[in-house]
Design a protein around this ligand. Structure first.
Ligand SMILES: Cc1cc2nc3c(=O)[nH]c(=O)nc-3n(C[C@H](O)[C@H](O)[C@H](O)COP(=O)(O)OP(=O)(O)OC[C@H]3O[C@@H](n4cnc5c(N)ncnc54)[C@H](O)[C@@H]3O)c2cc1C
Length: 488
């Protein structure tokens, strides 16, 4: 039942979502003289941008980069949108500097190996146009070495421009005129509804559906857990559908492995400090070269479905390591993601073993029993892996000899790993001007989109590129929204 409208506001540009893309769009539109108002569902701004690693991919020569991205997108994103991203992204660094940010090469670029791998350049130099990919950058701040530094910079600039932000104020409906043009929105605040008339345009920048299990089942075919902001429940997709938008990239995600632990609804990012580990599926069998896996590509690894049981053999899968690896470093990264605000993983994993989050056993069979796996199968798998290490050759899955560290120091350890979303990519389809398109491919007048909601990235997401798009398409949306004719 709709609530009574108790107040109304007017602005030129209304921005839905105060995360990275919303802030970038708002700053850009305000700098062009537009009156801007932001509505944000959460109690504070930042969304996934603040929780992220803050790494921003750059692109070099336009033609090469366009070729590369077109290859990764597999035809699901038009060349005009790709070229626009590449050209506009060349301004990301100077723009951040113009806001007062110090921009540095991401230390991840030179980081020692951790697994799964975060590709610093193109995932594979053999891919078409791979030399069009540049280094990864980040905003350097006083606070941390993750997305908080980028967020603090954007937030400060919104504040300096006195752009109003209404917190705990989710947009619930887009307003349209008789021709279907978007003229504003209604938002809910404190149990009341506010009508916001947008004389120029509305920009949707309110994230994906990482926390909507039903959308996951409908669009991804299976359940994922989330590493990021809990406000991402697919609101932007509903708002856009209601206004007649077409959707794209709904089956595309950036996903890693995560742990599910007591007392925390989201997932904790899994990361291994060295190569002394294997992954096994629910049949206790290895299934991938563990040390060559792209940290964002878990989505395509876990899709296999056993039609007999309707179970997924790799959901969950399990990491298995030994005492030597336990001492090398944490097997999780709690420096980013929503968990960063709740918990810091111990350096030697001892606290998590004690909590029972990591199971242990003196032998593979004992560990299997603790994990609920077939003991004989895990004995066999660990034996085969250790023999491959002794021979320096992993015939089964092709691990390189330098990564073949045997699991020979008891006890063994293991934990369940669940497919966990950094972010979804799907949402309202947009063109190179960031206008949201309707089902027939025409722009919906007065409606723009930016950020991971309706991202241009499709199924092969190369990492550190959502923030590149947040900056580039945030500016494009802000610029074009500000350039709309003002309705009376
Ligand atoms: C742990 C982690 C690490 C990552 N690391 C990187 C990285 O290093 N590089 C990279 O490129 N990408 C990274 N990503 C992905 C990247 O952070 C996001 O894709 C990007 O920040 C999205 O920006 P956005 O502005 O679209 O959304 P957000 O920054 O999430 O902002 C969206 C905002 O909209 C709000 N909202 C939702 N619904 C409504 C509504 N109805 N009304 C009003 N407001 C609403 C949300 O509360 C949120 O504040 C990472 C993600 C995670 C979770």
């Amino acid at each position: 039942m709709s609530k009574a409208l108790v107040s109304s506001r007017e602005t030129d540009v209304a921005v839905v979502g105060y995360g990275g893309a919303g802030a970038v769009a708002a700053i850009t539109a305000a700098d062009l003289g537009a009156k801007v108002l932001i509505v944000e569902k959460a109690v504070a701004g930042g969304g996934n941008t603040r929780l992220s690693a803050g790494s921003v991919r750059t692109f070099g020569a336009v033609e090469r980069a366009v070729e590369h991205i077109a290859f990764l997108c597999g035809g699901a994103t038009g060349p005009d949108v790709i070229e626009t991203l590449v050209r506009e992204s060349h301004d990301n660094e100077p723009w951040l500097r113009s806001l007062g940010g110090e921009v540095v090469v991401d230390p991840l670029q030179a980081a020692p190996a951790s697994y799964p791998v975060y590709p610093t350049g193109a995932a594979s130099p053999e891919q078409p146009g791979a030399d069009g990919v540049g280094p990864r950058l980040r905003v350097k701040g006083e606070i941390t070495a993750n997305g908080r530094d980028l967020w603090e910079l954007l937030d400060r600039n919104v504040d300096e421009r006195c752009i109003p932000v209404l917190f705990e104020c989710p947009a619930v409906r887009l307003l349209r005129d008789g021709d279907g043009a978007v003229t504003g929105l209604t938002a809910r605040r404190g149990g009341e509804e506010i009508a916001i008339q947008a004389r120029k345009a509305v920009i949707l920048a309110c994230g994906g559906y990482e926390w909507d299990p039903d959308m996951q089942l409908q669009f991804l075919g299976q359940r994922f857990w989330s590493l990021g902001a809990s406000g991402h429940t697919g609101d932007g997709i509903r708002l856009a559908l209601d206004a007649g938008a077409a959707l794209w990239h709904m089956n595309a995600v950036a996903a890693g492995f995560g742990y599910r632990v007591d007392g925390f609804d989201g997932a904790v990012i899994h990361a291994m400090p060295g190569p002394g580990f294997i992954y096994v599926d629910r049949n206790a069998r290895r299934f991938v070269d563990e040390t060559a896996m792209d940290a964002h590509a878990v989505g395509s690894l876990v899709t296999e479905l056993d039609l007999e049981t309707m179970e997924r053999p790799r959901v969950p899968c399990f990491v298995v390591f030994d005492e030597a690896t336990r001492k090398v470093g944490p097997v999780a990264n709690t420096g980013r993601g929503a968990v960063a605000e709740h918990y810091r993983w111990s350096d030697d994993n001892a606290a998590e073993v004690k909590k029972g989050w990591i199971k242990t056993g003196a032998t593979p069979a004992a560990l299997a029993a603790a994990l609920g796996l077939d003991p004989a199968a895990l004995e066999r798998t660990v034996g085969e892996y250790n023999r491959a290490c002794a021979q320096g050759r992993d015939e089964a899955l092709g691990r390189t000899p330098d990564t073949l560290r045997p699991l020979e120091h008891p006890p063994l350890y293991g934990a369940a790993l669940w497919p966990s979303l950094f972010n979804t990519q799907g949402g309202p389809r947009r063109n190179a001007r960031a206008q949201v398109l309707n089902a027939w491919g025409h722009p919906i007048q007065g409606l723009y989109g930016a950020g991971e909601l309706g991202s241009m990235w499709s199924q092969n997401y190369p990492g550190a590129s959502n923030l590149t798009e947040v900056l580039a398409f945030g500016r494009i949306a802000g610029r074009n929204a500000a350039g709309e004719l003002r309705r009376a």
